[in-house]
Design a protein around this ligand. Sequence first.
Ligand SMILES: NC(=O)c1ccc[n+]([C@@H]2O[C@H](COP(=O)([O-])OP(=O)(O)OC[C@H]3O[C@@H](n4cnc5c(N)ncnc54)[C@H](OP(=O)(O)O)[C@@H]3O)[C@@H](O)[C@H]2O)c1
Length: 279
Amino acid sequence: MAQNRAINGISPLNTVITGASSGIGRALAVEFARHGHPVLATARREECIEELCEQMAQEGNPCVRCFPLDLTAPGAAKALLDEAVRVFGKVHVLINAAGMSPYQEFSELSCANVRRIIELNVLALTELCHLYLPHMQAHGEPGHIVNVGSVGAYAPLPRFSVYTGSKNYVRAFTDILAYECRGANIRVSALHPGGTLTEFPRLAGQQIKPFARKTMLTPERVAEIAYPAILKGQRVIVPGFANQLAVLLGKLLPFPWAIRLTDFVYRQSMDQVPPEYPS
Ligand SMILES: NC(=O)c1ccc[n+]([C@@H]2O[C@H](COP(=O)([O-])OP(=O)(O)OC[C@H]3O[C@@H](n4cnc5c(N)ncnc54)[C@H](OP(=O)(O)O)[C@@H]3O)[C@@H](O)[C@H]2O)c1
């Protein structure tokens, strides 16, 4: 791929982003592309990532490529590394943004969805880190690994039991990976968003009330905050004051208080409706 221009003195970083067909992953892809970084965008919906490539090309950023892929399919992580190496040669940034979960009590969750949450939020993310880390170590140029967790990694979220568990995994795993990479030329960040106006709430079955929507960040704002923090190698990125407060309360409050508080906030802010994921 033709090398893009450097902007603000930062060399172009070849960037792979999962979950790039919508929401936070898409906004990060736009943010990186607009700063002159070549992006390989992946998700299942080919038409959405192609539309992203076309939009970027029209803006004069022809360096966004797309690679449609179901990350829960066997061999998907390896296929994504192979494609990235074919397109870029060297990958400098891996952003694991793909994630999903229905908003349902554990007893309501289908077996298929329990499996999907763990396969996507935990297994695919871990396998990608496991493959991209040695690739970055081998080429020796600066590397960044970014795992998207959630405020739910700090504050327990009722009706998101498996999801909260998966995001606690992302938090712990990413923290330890960052520690293990401390002497290397690879920076590891965890991006923990809170409620964000993406497809996630609708797919999950959260009908957000209008007043609560006003308190949520747009994915574009999350990406705008995250981009410089990622480049600085900030280890933990929590975008927005309300989300930082939620993280602080999650750390300070005893669990029974924290979960009652989030349950109260959730019940005021949204109605539970059937999720749009296939069961
Ligand atoms: N929105 C929030 O309130 C919020 C809050 C905290 C944390 N987060 C986290 O932020 C991350 C991004 O979520 P979002 O809010 O941007 O949600 P979103 O708009 O629903 O985006 C999720 C992305 O994941 C992709 N994806 C889903 N299943 C996949 C699969 N099997 N294989 C490959 N890609 C798959 C989707 O693309 P396809 O459907 O095209 O495959 C989509 O691009 C997630 O990790 C989520 O847990 C979101």
